[in-house]
Design a protein. Structure first.
Length: 276
């Protein structure tokens, strides 16, 4: 027999519900690559709205400056800086890590969103066995090695010192199943590698550093299909439309925040219900 007082429900011990501010990122510092447009820009804004200071990264300095200025104007209470750099080079990744360490001390959140498909100048009828080495090298350098170099550059000290961090890698459905576009083979393969790297890092950097992925579906800055391939996919999307960059942002805020404190090595798929 237990007494009435022993049976009383206690919600004050932090074991139930959501602690206040669980989805907030106040006092956190986030690096977002690929931040000058579309999904990366949206994630930069959303993380800033949730309370984080942001370093936005892309190669094109002018467009990046405009994008950072727009986020600063939208969230003036946050510190928003931009660091033009190519994540596909050792030098670029080193520049980003130095920038963050010199100006902010350390990062708490990294979103690896920059990507390359290296499809420029590639013929539409490219054969599956005719893919040039240059496509493989560029896509893997940016999408896989770029992400790894940045994780290492920003968080090697955290792993040693037991400091917490959250990494979010942006993967793709074409890394989960082949799409009927031969030229997507290196890109899809690199995203599959990024997803597996996410899981390896999650296992080996737990419990302090969480490493997760977001898999966006077809997303365009206008919310309309951005090319013929994207239009052809519409019947496969139960929601019958492509996504808006803002519709990926909630997943990033969640994964970056303490609301996801028991989630690592996972992927959140935001694709309108398309079956991969
Ligand atoms: N949009 C979709 O439908 C879709 C679907 C599935 C997955 N994804 C993934 O979602 C992420 C964002 O896609 P998106 O469509 O929003 O991209 P996007 O519109 O093509 O923009 C790419 C961004 O990455 C930057 N970038 C490219 N190469 C870079 C490099 N080497 N170093 C630094 N920055 C670089 C670009 O700026 P600069 O060119 O100036 O460097 C730009 O800011 C990518 O990882 C992509 O694979 C997108």
């Amino acid at each position: 027999m237990t007494s009435d007082s022993e049976n009383r429900v206690d919600l004050s011990n932090g074991m139930y519900g959501l602690p206040a501010g669980s989805f907030r990122l106040d006092g956190k510092m986030a690096v977002v690559t690929g931040a000058s447009r579309n999904i990366g820009l949206s994630l930069s804004l959303a993380l800033a709205q949730a309370g984080a200071d942001i370093v936005m990264v892309a190669r094109g300095a002018e467009r990046l400056e405009d994008a950072a200025e727009a986020v600063r104007a939208a969230v003036p209470e946050r510190r928003i800086e931009q660091c033009p750099a190519d994540v596909g080079t050792t030098e670029g990744a080193g520049r980003i890590a130095d920038f963050v360490h010199n100006r902010f001390g350390a990062a708490d959140i990294l979103v690896n969103c920059a990507h390359s498909s290296a499809k420029g100048g590639i013929p539409a009828d490219l054969g599956i066995l005719d893919i040039p080495d240059s496509m493989w090298i560029e896509t893997f350098n940016t999408n896989v090695l770029g992400a790894y170099r940045l994780i290492k550059g920003l968080f090697a000290g955290h792993a040693r010192d037991g400091k917490e961090a959250s990494v979010i890698n942006i993967v793709s459905g074409s890394g989960l199943l082949p799409v009927p576009v031969v030229a997507n083979c290196p890109y899809g393969s690199s995203k599959a590698a990024l997803w597996m790297m996410t899981r390896y890092l999650a296992v080996n950097l737990a419990p302090r550093i969480r490493v997760n992925a977001i898999c966006p579906g077809n997303v365009s800055p206008t919310g309309e299909p951005h090319n013929a391939t994207s239009r052809r996919m519409l019947p496969e999307i139960p929601m019958g439309r492509v996504g808006r960059p803002s519709e990926i942002a909630g997943a990033a805020v969640y994964l970056a925040s303490s609301a996801a404190s028991f989630t690592t090595g996972e992927v959140i798929i935001c694709n309108g219900g398309r079956a991969w």
